[in-house]
Design a protein around this ligand. Structure first.
Ligand code: SAM
Length: 277
């Protein structure tokens, strides 16, 4: 979907707002909203931020910014699993920090083809997972079916995902460099706010290093990728308890050509003031 009218309609109806209600928040006529939705007129540029806020989204989404969808959709269309099926190292760390002695709720952001989400579900966590790629979500569903586990898989964009509950664990591997840097603070704040007391965030981000050359299979549109600075992720979690934080340079064979990446990983726990360790 890339038409602003369709996007306004979808967001407005998802929120259960009438055209008149949206119009009154924005101080415009309901006919204006109707024209936007029918694509016979467009909202003024100066109204976009206000409109995005009223629709609980952001201007990028309103304008149909597609992020990495196309790139990953084509990778995931192929047979086999682009990232393999081996769970990420952070999965095992989470298992030892918060073993699934009860069905803890876990959210996997940018789950790709579902390998980590399915691993967590097999271990007994209650998993919700989303990705912007339709093919990724379809493949993830098939993987869950094959492993006879239930995972709530959703096709969604991180910029747009509506948190309607809190999670004990929020997990994301290899995704947050798709966020524009100006959204990092807001997204990290949202992840932290939607983490249950004593819950965990397990995140990793690609970081830029002058001595590491670009991966040959990196997104065809380089403007979509925004590697972080070393240590930057830790800063957003300065008020949480760190269980592990590290920086690794590692070899990768994705796409068939050997190359290297540098990644910062963090597992941090939300402890409130006066909380006893
Ligand atoms: C490097 S892959 C990692 C996939 C998976 N986490 C894994 O480790 O196997 C990055 C994933 O982020 C997803 N992605 C990129 N931008 C996204 C966005 N704005 N919202 C949700 N997912 C996104 C891509 O579709 C892709 O599946």
């Amino acid at each position: 979907m890339n038409n602003i009218g369709e996007i306004i309609y979808k967001k407005r109806t998802e929120l259960g707002l009438t055209q008149a209600q949206l119009a009154s928040v924005l101080n415009v006529s309901f006919q204006s909203v109707s024209k936007w939705e029918n694509s016979t007129a467009y909202p003024d540029i100066e109204k976009l931020t206000e409109l995005a806020a009223a629709l609980k989204t952001n201007v990028d989404v309103l304008l149909g910014y597609k992020g990495a969808t196309a790139d990953y959709d084509s990778r995931y269309a192929a047979e086999g699993y682009y990232w393999g099926l081996k769970p990420n190292r952070m999965c095992y760390e989470i298992m030892s920090l918060l073993p699934p002695i009860k069905p803890y709720r876990l959210l996997d952001i940018g789950c790709g083809e579902g390998k980590d989400a399915v691993f967590f579900a097999k271990c007994g966590y209650l998993v919700t997972a989303f990705d912007i790629s339709e093919n990724g979500i379809e493949k993830s569903k098939r993987l869950a079916e094959h492993n006879r586990v239930n995972v709530e898989f959703i096709k969604a964009d991180i910029m747009d995902f509506r948190f309607d509950r809190d999670y004990d664990i929020i997990f994301s591997s290899g995704v947050l460099h798709f966020l524009r840097p100006s959204y990092r603070e807001e997204i990290c704040a949202r992840l932290k706010a939607h983490t249950a007391p004593n819950g965990f965030n397990a995140l990793n981000v690609f970081v830029q290093k002058p001595f590491i050359v670009r991966a040959p299979d990196s997104s065809r549109d380089e403007s979509l990728r925004h590697p972080w600075l070393s240590g930057e992720l830790l800063g957003y979690y300065h008020d949480w308890l760190f269980h592990s934080c590290r920086e690794d340079v590692f070899d990768c064979r994705s796409g068939g050509t050997p190359h290297k990446h540098c990644m910062d990983s963090l597992i941090a726990q939300k402890l409130g003031e006066g909380e006893i360790l």
